[in-house]
Design a binder for this molecule. Structure first.
Ligand code: HXC
Length: 513
């Protein structure tokens, strides 16, 4: 029998939300903050912070509305043996709303993540700023955001949205590196009621800010999870690729996959007809360690593919054009997707392997008026700024500005390989001939035949990868089946790359955001 009954009684109150709340959310197929933490963390690894904190607000009935912890569990723990800092918002107390004390717990958790050099994981479920606390609540949010920014590029920040994220609740996740949304969650700045009142638009929670909308259209969500359990699985998988902070390398494991394994199917994966599509994800599967590809933003801007994979057991970032969608052309959304991912990979010491098959930037007023110039420039900025090892494989088309942007030698790629099917030029042979031989073709008796002849010559002499190789822009022309071994060998050297001397000192650059 303990001689401290008071402490045990108080502690019990922090261990479980009210039964009626549990029953309600279980019926909805959701978990409580306590259960989510339990599933995420290794058994008995949780070290709680501020277990007994309560708000100090008065008025609007707040004197009687108090709970230990103020609606958020926060602390340290381990996930598969890796140390993390974590918080989980508890919707059972005032809808997980963020008051001053609630916010101070999250802010302290981020500070600890920074001090300890460990990833920050947030499990969010919140109605936003606690209305009764007024500006104290806003101050709290500001202090969280500030720390999110300080932690950016120092420790990985992952947030799972597992319920509402309304109003101010959206911006801390938006400042994190990865957002996972469960199907039952939603994120918006202003909810359907305010939308109706202010602009007369009728829209449901799901249509406005549901997980599917953010995973496919806005790109706010990087991963779409079926439910809470799935979201926690995604966090664990993602963590397995990430270093704990920016001074570490991503963790290698033994995948048992021979780095020099050749896949002959790669030799025929690019169709002979340059207009025919193929799925670049098949290429990724064949080049990298079997089953190791973790796609990020899988449902957003699908004309590009980004994600983590392993080669010889060590994590790399993969960026690829996807010829199966819009012929792999770049546009506003894919530019945002690629540039942000490249920045993350550079900050956390991942080598970047870029697989190129890109006909150019998508034309038209929608893209131009949407700022494709500004957005496209982000890719150039991100690759140019990245000092991690950069390996580029040109599989087929690499035309114009898109060729330059997709990790070309000219933006500092360390090793550029081309397949024999590569076509590298200002534009494709057909289009090039129509411009440079316009007059000859107009006068010709057999323009089609002549155009074909000229195009063939252009292909042979200009777009051939051996032309780029003769200029030193391509290091080697290889058989597709050899790609895995070539990248592996190059990476073994490039991992020790130093590039600091080439960068003049500055406070920071100004990316075209
Ligand atoms: C105080 C809140 C709250 C909030 C919810 N609650 N949100 N209390 N401040 N922001 C309380 C409710 O009063 C209720 O208390 C309990 O949490 C559960 O909420 P319900 O509404 O019953 O739950 P549900 O039906 O699931 O609806 C969830 C919800 C809704 C959609 C999130 O609660 C809601 O619309 N909340 C307000 C969202 C909002 O406008 N937030 C402020 C955004 S402005 P009881 O006591 O009845 O159990 C903002 C500005 C910050 O955040 C900007 C910083 C940059």
């Amino acid at each position: 029998m303990s001689s401290f009954p008071d402490i045990l009684d108080k502690r019990m109150q922090t261990l479980r939300p009210p039964e009626d709340f549990l029953k309600k959310i279980h019926e909805q197929g959701r978990l409580s903050a306590h259960e989510r933490l339990e599933k995420l963390l290794d058994k008995d690894s949780f070290i709680p912070l501020h277990r007994y904190i309560t708000h100090r607000a008065t008025g609007f009935g707040m004197e009687t509305k108090k709970a230990y912890g103020d609606g958020v569990l926060a602390g340290l723990g381990t996930v598969n043996g890796r140390k993390i800092a974590v918080y989980a918002q508890d919707f059972s107390f005032m809808g997980g709303s963020v008051g001053e004390m609630h916010a101070s717990k999250i802010a302290r958790t981020i500070e600890l993540a920074l001090k300890l050099g460990v990833p920050l994981i947030g499990l969010n479920d919140s109605g936003g700023a606690r209305i009764q606390e007024g500006v104290d609540s806003l101050k709290g949010y500001g202090e969280i955001f500030y720390r999110n920014v300080l932690a950016s590029g120092v420790v990985p920040q992952i947030v799972a949205i597992m319920g509402p994220a309304a109003g101010g609740a959206v911006y801390s996740p938006a400042l994190a590196d990865f957002i996972i949304m469960t199907r039952k969650s939603y994120m918006f700045i202003t909810g359907p009621k305010v939308v109706k009142a202010s602009i007369g638009e009728e829209v449901t929670f799901e249509e406005l800010g549901g997980a599917e909308v953010h995973a496919t259209k806005s790109g706010v969500a990087h991963f779409l999870a079926e439910n809470d359990d799935h979201a926690i699985e995604i966090i664990k998988t993602l963590l397995s690729y990430l270093p704990s902070n920016n001074t570490e390398d991503p963790p290698c494991i033994d995948t048992g996959d021979d780095p020099f394994r050749e896949d002959p199917q790669l030799d025929s994966i690019v169709p002979e007809d340059p207009l025919k599509p193929y799925d670049v994800k098949e290429v990724i599967d064949k080049i990298f360690d079997k089953g190791s590809f973790l796609e990020v933003h899988a449902l957003f801007a699908t004309n590009a593919v980004v994600g983590f994979a392993r080669l010889g057991g060590c994590p790399v970032c993969v960026v690829a054009n996807q010829p199966a969608v819009a012929a792999g052309s770049l546009d506003i959304d894919s530019a945002d997707k690629i540039s942000r991912f490249v920045m993350f990979c550079d900050a956390f010491n991942f080598p970047i392997v870029t697989l190129v098959d890109v006909p150019g930037f998508l034309p038209g007023t929608f893209q131009e008026h949407g700022g494709v110039i500004r957005h496209g420039a982000k890719i150039i900025y991100a690759y140019s700024e990245a000092t991690v090892p950069k390996i580029t494989v040109i599989m087929r088309k690499a035309y114009g500005g898109a060729y330059i942007a997709m990790s070309s030698r000219h933006l500092g790629a360390d090793y550029v390989l081309a397949w024999p099917t590569a076509e590298i030029a200002v534009m494709g042979p057909k289009e090039a001939i129509e411009i440079i031989y316009k007059k000859e073709l107009e006068k010709a008796q057999n323009p089609e035949e002549l155009a074909k002849e000229f195009a063939e010559k252009y292909r042979r002499e200009i777009t051939t990868p051996f032309f780029a190789a003769s200029r030193g822009y391509v290091d080697d022309v290889i058989l597709p089946r050899e790609t895995r071994g070539y990248i592996f060998k190059a990476l073994a050297f490039l991992r020790d790359k130093r590039e600091k001397h080439a960068r003049p000192p500055r406070k920071h650059g100004i990316p075209p955001v």
